[in-house]
Design a protein around this ligand. Structure first.
Ligand code: IMP
Ligand code: MG
Length: 178
């Protein structure tokens, strides 16, 4: 088990497994024949997944432009609570296909908030890609179109995801051991 900054981490999804899933997801997205695609990662957690996915999309023959949106959700402890838009983008998305990317789809409040925002701005098709799906935690009525892995009901770190601002740099997804 890797030990990072004194904490043991159980690897759930390895670098290689993630790379394989990204290739498959990119091909699934390519199958939707996106037009004038805007890729919209939700910061911060999705930045590594998004960086890998747009390159796989390129290999699958899909070009995209990229904007970022930063959302925070303040809640008790690790539960998702009130959603706040911390950074917005200003390009016109009227009629454009948008691929929303997030690290984890949990309660669904974050992705629902952003999807609803894009709808009010007249987006064309809105696709959602989430690296991990914690379906057992869902509260909002929303599903991802493309999912990397279904995730056990545990707090995970790595591959962009943090615990107290640490561990985003890990190339795999893992669970912090107590
Ligand atoms: P939702 O609004 O409950 O779907 O929240 C999803 C957001 O919560 C994700 O974008 C993550 O930023 C964060 N999150 C949920 N579960 C975890 C976890 O296990 N590790 C790190 N971040 C998480
Ligand atoms: Mg997030």
């Amino acid at each position: 088990m890797p030990v990072i900054d004194g904490k043991s981490i159980e690897v759930l999804f390895s670098e290689e497994e993630i790379a394989n899933r990204n290739r498959i997801i990119a091909n699934e997205i390519a199958g939707k024949k996106p037009v004038n695609l805007l890729v919209l990662p939700i910061l911060k957690g999705s930045f590594i997944f998004a960086a890998d996915l747009i390159r796989e999309l390129h290999r699958a023959g899909v070009s995209s432009s990229v904007e970022f949106i930063t959302i925070s959700s303040y809640g008790a402890g690790q539960e998702s609570g009130e959603i706040k838009l911390l950074h917005d983008f200003d390009s016109d998305i009227t009629g454009r296909d948008v691929l929303l990317i997030d690290d984890i789809l949990e309660s669904g409040k974050t992705l629902k908030f952003v999807r609803d925002l894009l709808k009010t701005r007249g987006a064309g098709r809105i696709f959602i890609a989430a690296l991990l799906d914690k379906a057992m935690r869902r509260k909002a009525d929303i599903e991802a179109d493309f999912v990397g892995f279904s995730c056990p009901d545990q707090f995970v770190v790595g591959y962009g995801m943090d615990a107290g601002h640490a561990f985003r740099q890990l190339p795999y997804v893992g669970v912090l051991q107590k």
